[in-house]
Design a protein around this ligand. Sequence first.
Ligand code: ZN
Length: 125
Amino acid sequence: MIEDNFKFDKETLKIQSVARNEMRRKINITLTIFGISFLSLLVLSRIFPSTGGFAVLLFLPLLFVNNWIQWRTLISHELKCPHCGQTLAKRANILVSPSPKCRHCGKVALASIQELIQYAQSEKG
Ligand SMILES: [Zn+2]
């Protein structure tokens, strides 16, 4: 849920846009690596049928890596809550992906993709 009255300021949107672009780039690289690995394992399982299960096993670490990239991006960019000013993430937790809500004040601290797109468009002119 997005709060009705709150608008992220330009500076916050700028920082979060940079962070999200970096996150997306890293996730794309990861997906490419996993995709190539998956296809390689599929080919391998054609040659050696007993190795077929390994391809399926790749999806679990993919989930963890995805979460880890999201947390690391929040941490490395030192993203702060626009409401209370506290740091949004200190430690990565690979079991869950980061929430858009601040863990200190509970308000929505990360702009939605929609808001970031609108910001990017307004910057283009
Ligand atoms: Zn907060």
